[in-house]
Design a protein around this ligand. Sequence first.
Ligand SMILES: [Zn+2]
Length: 162
Amino acid sequence: MSSCCATKPSVSAVCPRCGQKGKAVGEETPTHLLTKAALSKRRDVPYLFCRTPICEVVYFSADGVTVFRKSDVRVRVGLKETEPPIPLCYCFGFTEQDVYDEVKATGRCTISERITARVQAGECACEIKNPQGSCCLGKVRAAEKEAVACWKSRRSSAVLMY
Ligand SMILES: [Zn+2]
């Protein structure tokens, strides 16, 4: 699934803010996504991504000295947002709303199929566009499943009401 993305360095460290284990990112990911001001504070050490939704830290250095928060990153980090637009796919600009809209209109969602086709065409750039530095497809498929399940349950409860 992540064949379109380069192998990530294997550093291990916990977020200095929330204490959860981070996910290592290649150096190109923060390079492209940090603001100019944040980049000036960056040191030449490995960085990790914090996956905790309520933690405002996006990247932290493996030695725990430097942290970059949501305000230091140029894109909205979908995982850490609760208000739309919540980005799902950074390469092609799909949001959670796009998934829900399509499911609402058609009962299914073809966004992951469309993304797969473009990944196969070599058009993705997850390493530099997705804050996690990895492929979004797993998350898009999960969002599609959830949206379809939600749509079906709403439909059946609507039927029950009659
Ligand atoms: Zn954290």
